[in-house]
Write a protein that binds this ligand. Structure first.
Ligand code: ATP
Ligand code: MTE
Length: 181
């Protein structure tokens, strides 16, 4: 039996982690991936406060111990004093992938002028791709729609599992391969 594809979902929010409000971000990422992915996969979800060392430890554990090929974070990307998700991401990655943040800010700017306030980034740790999303739950689909087409091929390149998407939702682009569907 092949190992199931594991994807980390990390909500970074002081208030959601304290139970002051219900986390909508993590479930929105899971719902998005359930729609977009045709491969069977399992979510490894965490809800944690905006603490740089804890975020870094959580990302490391999901990549190294839980074997997640993709880790999507939500929250903590802005300019506020406690927003440190990009710093924690940079603490643990071997390789930055700046195109993700650039593209997500560009598409988000079509939706909201404050898109430039997000410092969201991405990078590779071992065989894991880490992608930051802003905290507002509605930002999740706005950002993932933009970067999702490139994610399966990125995971191929880092020798992760072969991720299939539902082409009715997202067409995965793999250079040299005809689009399916
Ligand atoms: N996980 C979440 N679930 C539901 N709503 C959220 C979540 N994260 C953020 N939001 C909403 O988006 C707004 C902006 O998110 P942001 O990440 O800036 O929160 P924040 O002000 O840093 O506070 P916190 O870290 O306590 O979520 C929040 O005020 C909240 O209304
Ligand atoms: N697509 C999208 N991007 C967005 C937003 C949004 O609503 N949609 N909110 C912006 C706002 S208001 C902020 S402050 C920054 C940082 O948000 P965070 O600190 O919750 O990560 O993301 C920005 N990017």
């Amino acid at each position: 039996m092949s190992t199931p594809i594991r994807i980390g979902i990390v909500t970074v929010s002081d208030r959601a982690s304290a139970g002051i409000y219900e986390d909508e971000g993590g479930p929105a990422i899971k719902a998005y991936l359930d729609r977009a992915l045709a491969s069977s996969w399992a979510a490894v979800a965490r809800v944690i406060p905006d603490d740089r060392a804890l975020i870094a430890r959580t990302l490391t554990a999901l990549a190294d111990d839980e074997g997640c090929c993709l880790i999507v974070t939500t929250g903590g990307t802005g300019p506020a004093p406690r927003d440190v998700t990009p710093e924690a991401t940079e603490d643990v990655i071997d390789k930055p992938m700046p195109g993700f943040g650039e593209l997500m800010r560009q598409v988000s700017l079509q939706k909201v002028p404050t898109a430039i306030l997000s410092r969201q980034t991405a990078g590779i740790r071992g065989k894991s791709l880490i992608v930051n999303l802003p905290g507002r739950p509605r930002a999740i689909a706005e950002c993932l729609d933009a970067v999702m087409p490139a994610i399966p091929y990125c995971i191929d390149l880092i020798e992760g599992p072969y991720l299939e998407t539902d082409p009715a939702v997202i067409v995965a682009f793999r250079p040299g391969q005809k689009a399916k569907g």
